[in-house]
Write a protein that binds this ligand. Structure first.
Ligand code: GLY
Length: 399
């Protein structure tokens, strides 16, 4: 155990999963498919120096918000196999992202850098990665406003009448700040993450625990201006964009782990309860693109399912309702691992999961594959394996 910033953390080596005694056939099959697809994808990445985003948009430059997820998937395959080949591949793909540590264009630096450098650091303890994580977190804080108490996700936009837009996805980026806080002891990083999480908890959620994609704030006072959409349904009174609900569930579960603040745990439990009892949750638990709008389309989103399943695995370890959450996450992972959603090796442009939806109303990346669906699927399976083998996932921070 190492002490940094006044709290204890797991060292990198402790995070490497121990050899798993028990792995059901559906899990080993999913990892076999993932390895075949990712090996082929890795060759494309190294040839082009671009990173996979989706079937429809193919490979993209490292500035794309999704660029860190494929290197992150390679780190998870290293965690599963513990083979040096996967480690080298993960290191090579991660190195492509280095320049992004100074990119303050939007909040996506958290997605981009934690998924590759964060996982790489946790799995190897590589000291050079620590500096990059810290620098990336500092870059993210340049988007924080002390007036609003929030990180501005995107730039103001006159066409959309956005002055200080915050999207629910931003909760995920707080993990980069918390990791950098543990590395450096810089409490400003932690305080910014806590402020953003608190304010989002207060203003982004409706009474029934659903949330819209976008909330716009008054930049001088931090007062709420309006609910809006960019993804999910455009009915901002009811829109319950499925991936956004999963981002929130994951974000508050993670913030409980990182702070020990029970309010975050309770918030995550309420989100989970809302989603698990939702009348529009399909029987196989792979959500439609928006829980509020299956009458418009019943298109599924495997990315929403994978993020939710991974979050439920973690939440199950903290909550009194743990058994229910674990079983729900297990059901989602099993569905994702079935031939209905798992790609056949050599197909689907080397992505792992099928039937993921980027943005339904904008007709963008429909019913295809998304690199972040694959990344959270791998993470969820690794968490599942650890839990069924009786291993600890994370230590919760002491307040
Ligand atoms: N963070 C963007 C999305 O989930 O579509």
């Amino acid at each position: 155990m190492t002490l940094l910033g006044g709290r204890s953390i797991l060292t990198a080596q402790q995070v490497l999963p121990p050899q798993m005694k028990e792995a059901p056939a559906w899990v080993t099959n999913a990892f076999t498919v993932a390895q075949a697809q990712s090996e082929a994808m890795y060759k494309e990445v190294m040839k082009t120096k671009l990173l996979p985003r989706s079937i429809q948009r193919g490979l993209q430059p490292k500035t794309d918000w999704t660029a860190g997820f494929f290197p992150g998937t390679l780190w998870y395959l290293y965690a599963y196999t513990r083979e040096d080949t996967w480690k080298t591949r993960a290191e090579n793909a991660t190195a492509l992202m280095k320049g992004e540590q100074n990119n303050a264009f939007d909040h996506d630096i958290g997605f981009k850098m934690y998924s590759c450098y964060g996982n790489g650091y946790l799995l190897t303890g590589n000291k050079a990665y620590r500096h990059i994580i810290f620098r990336s977190a500092k870059t993210l804080t340049s988007r924080y406003s002390y007036k609003t108490g929030l990180i501005m996700s995107w730039e103001p936009d006159t066409k959309r009448d956005w002055l200080f837009p915050v999207i629910i996805d931003n909760m995920i980026n707080l993990e980069l700040l918390m990791e950098a806080y543990k590395i450096s002891g810089d409490t400003t990083l932690r305080n910014i993450a806590v402020s953003h999480a608190d304010k989002t908890m207060k203003y982004h959620y409706r009474k029934n625990m659903s949330c819209p994609h976008v909330v716009d704030y008054e930049p001088e006072t931090g007062a709420l201006r309006k609910y809006d959409w960019n993804n999910g349904s455009d009915d901002t009174t009811n829109s319950t964009w499925s991936r956004g609900q999963s981002w929130g569930l994951y974000g508050y579960t993670m913030m409980y782990r990182e702070t020990g603040n029970l309010r975050y745990l309770q918030h995550a439990e309420k989100i989970a309860d809302f989603l698990l009892s939702h009348p529009n949750m399909p029987a196989d638990m792979i959500p439609y693109w928006d829980y509020s709008a299956p009458h418009r389309s019943k298109m599924r989103d495997t990315s929403a399912a994978a993020i939710m399943a991974s979050a439920l695995m973690e939440l199950s370890t903290y909550s009194a309702q743990g058994k229910e959450y674990f079983e729900a996450g297990e059901k989602q992972l099993k569905s994702l691992s079935s031939p209905t959603y798992l790609a056949k090796p050599g197909t689907h442009k080397n992505f792992i999961l099928m039937h993921a939806t980027g943005n339904f109303l904008r007709s963008s990346e429909l019913d295809g594959a998304l690199s972040y669906a694959d990344y959270y699927f791998m993470e969820g399976l690794l968490r599942y394996l650890k839990l069924i083998n009786g291993k600890e996932l994370y230590k919760v921070a002491e307040l």
